[in-house]
Design a protein around this ligand. Structure first.
Ligand code: SIN
Length: 482
């Protein structure tokens, strides 16, 4: 399909009504057509400074609003996101290629964070505690950390924003979101909806830019911006963590993963295969919690490979705008090349392609099943971020637990067994922030999401997520002596 200039809608920033200070824009590319589908302001450091000032000004008022008021606004935002689900899903699908049905699912997942934190805003508690002095009264209370800078990824353009913005606003913080260069449209819609329901000026702002380092530099140097929250690669996370140190920001980092999926000998093969499909092929494998290594007990490996091969061959690859599509394109050329290189490297070192294995033209890659995968292959060391399922065999529990933990990452891990002891004992031994037992899709708004080791710091979601936006203040009151 050829895109004409008329199809390319020019978006503006609500926070900078006249467009970016230098009036530059950049094009958003639809991965399915590899043509521009929109253009957005390419903001500069001067724009970032304006947004930081607005965020700081708004914080002065927002932090003093009542939790009940913030709760009501968040509830309205939730309702607006739900009513705009199709519009947001279309934006997601055109800017990063997620199949439209799955994109609607992401919008509902994203809305869940607005709903949860609308409720959670009212449930922030403090503590009183005893003093050794009769006349002293001691208590600890929670206060918002201050203006927040949020850097969000392209793979979940809606959910990774609401998972940060909803708890920040609920806690009384203001937020500036810099969405990934590839996926600014969803962010702009979410900000527009917040304004439509009465979200005050400066409380939630979006800044788009094709030069993230220039923009981010402004926020890192600004002492008034009190927190960084980032979802993305470990490599970039380490860089941003270092830069945050200069102004001692609070930091939350949701970074890369390399999830093992262990299938024990007693597994229900058909159900295990279903969970692996849900886990591995979600968002065409472009998910931090997707399994990247499937360990299957040698006694059942042939049966599991058959069950997976049937399902993978049946996946419908195609235009993300079609309701029936299950696997869309990869986000960009770089993403496609990595997937291709991982498969070529594995095959070159002795892996066997059971299904797929080839690029399909454009940014599409065949859903792929590899067996005879072995240590030393790149696919076992780096995140593939694509629709490739590598299978390894194991014999003993100790051996598979050691292999599963032998990675710098620690985000999510999965296991399938019918044995209660194995389920609990192995789950306890896995060095991961999230464990799915017979469950390949554990993410939900009310649960803690986050990793250990090089997978990051802090937790998002549930009662844990809002604590990342709160400081503890100790108050000591000395009464007049009796
Ligand atoms: C991610 O890939 O970072 C998010 C996945 C999820 O929330 O389940």
């Amino acid at each position: 399909m050829t895109t004409t200039a008329d199809d390319v809608k020019a978006w503006t920033l609500a926070s900078l009504p006249a467009g970016s200070a230098n009036n530059q824009s950049y094009q958003v590319i639809n991965p399915a057509t590899q043509q521009a589908c929109a253009s957005v302001p390419d903001c500069s450091a001067a724009d970032a400074k304006k947004l930081a000032d607005a965020s700081v000004t708004a914080f002065d008022t927002w932090k003093h609003t009542s939790a009940f008021h913030r709760s009501q606004l968040l509830r309205k935002w939730f309702d607006r996101i739900v009513s705009g689900a199709n519009e947001i899903a279309q934006a997601i699908s055109s800017e990063m290629g997620k199949p439209i049905k799955e994109a609607v699912g992401e919008v509902m997942y994203a809305a869940g964070f607005a709903e949860w934190y609308a409720e959670e805003a009212k449930r922030l508690y403090g503590e009183t505690f005893a003093s050794q002095h009769e006349n002293k009264r001691l208590y600890a209370t929670r206060q918002p950390v201050g203006p927040v800078y949020a850097v969000t990824p392209w793979n979940f353009p809606a959910a990774m924003i609401t998972r940060k913005v909803a708890p920040a606003l609920a806690a009384g913080c203001t937020v500036i979101v810099k969405p990934a260069e590839q996926s600014p449209l969803t962010a702009l819609l979410l900000e527009q909806y917040w304004r439509e329901v009465g979200g005050p000026e400066g409380t939630f702002q979006v800044i788009t830019s094709n030069n993230p380092a220039e923009i981010s530099g402004v926020f890192f140097q600004d002492r008034r911006i009190r927190k960084l929250t980032f979802t993305g690669s470990t490599e970039v996370g380490v860089l941003l963590y270092r830069q945050s140190a200069e102004t001692m920001k609070r930091v939350s980092l949701e970074l890369g993963g390399h999830a093992p999926f262990i299938v024990f000998a007693d597994a229900d093969i058909e159900r295990a295969a279903e969970e692996i499909m849900a886990c591995k092929f979600r968002n065409a494998g472009q998910t931090c919690v997707c399994t990247n290594r499937i360990y299957v007990h040698r006694s059942i490996s042939a049966r599991l490979i058959d069950a997976l091969a049937t399902r993978i061959s049946a996946l419908r690859v195609g235009d993300p705008a079609d309701e029936g599509t299950q696997i869309g394109p990869l986000v960009d050329e770089q993403g496609l090349n990595k997937v291709r290189e991982h498969v070529e490297d594995a095959v070159g070192r002795g892996a066997r392609v059971v299904v797929g294995g080839q690029a399909l033209g454009g940014l599409y890659f065949q859903p792929t099943l590899l067996c005879d995968v072995a240590p030393g292959m790149r696919i076992l060391e780096e995140e593939t971020f694509g629709p490739v399922a590598p299978i390894l065999e194991f014999d003993t529990t100790d051996e598979v637990v050691a292999a599963a933990n032998d990675t710098p990452y620690g985000l999510a891990a999965y296991l399938w067994t019918r044995d209660l002891d194995t389920a609990h004992r192995v789950s306890e031994r896995l060095d991961y922030g999230i464990v799915g037992i017979n469950d390949g899709a554990p993410s939900t708004a009310q649960a803690p999401f986050g990793g250990v080791k090089m997978s990051g710091l802090g937790r998002e979601g549930g009662v844990w997520g809002i604590q990342e936006y709160l400081d503890t203040k100790f108050v000591s009151v000395a009464l007049a002596p009796r």
